[in-house]
Design a protein. Structure first.
Length: 155
């Protein structure tokens, strides 16, 4: 299987709807062979968001699942904006933000939910990029937010 969408089908993954804009910005920006994706939240297939502070309202495991859902949301946004997930060559950089209190220390483990999804659909080499994982208060009390930079295939 070569295409991202074929891998997703084989894994039984379904993309949620692409989220509506939440402000004055572009959901994605392409410059040269780079695709920059604005921060995405954990939008479920029913259109609701996963909310709460990881480590208090959500267990660390639920935080990982929320991060994984952000990955699906991000792929839905990319597909809605560029039409074909097959244009993605590799993940370059992930900036993961976890909604939590100051004493929570499992930010990297939480963002692993997102990172594992990228490895699952892009492969071991292309699905891993540079990464940061930090804790903060997030808008709307969403559990996790992630922004990324991808490299696109040259056409």
């Amino acid at each position: 299987m070569n295409s991202i969408e074929e891998k997703m089908m084989a894994l039984g993954l379904e993309l949620p709807p692409a989220p509506p804009l939440g402000g004055i910005y572009h959901p994605v920006v392409i410059t040269g062979s780079h695709l920059y994706v604005s921060g995405q939240g954990p939008l479920k297939n029913d259109g609701t968001l996963i909310k709460g502070k990881v480590g208090k309202d959500l267990t660390p495991e639920e935080g990982q699942l929320a991060a994984r859902q952000v990955g699906l949301t991000m792929l839905a946004t990319i597909k809605a904006q560029i039409g074909d997930l097959g244009k993605i060559k590799r993940l370059i950089k992930t900036f993961g933000m976890v909604n939590c209190y100051p004493d929570f220390e499992q930010h990297p483990q939480t963002i692993n939910g997102f990172s594992q999804l990228m490895v699952d659909v892009l492969g071991e080499e292309n699905g891993k990029g540079a990464r940061s994982a930090v804790g903060m208060s997030l808008p709307g009390n969403i559990a996790v937010e992630v922004e990324c930079i991808f490299e696109l295939n040259q056409e």
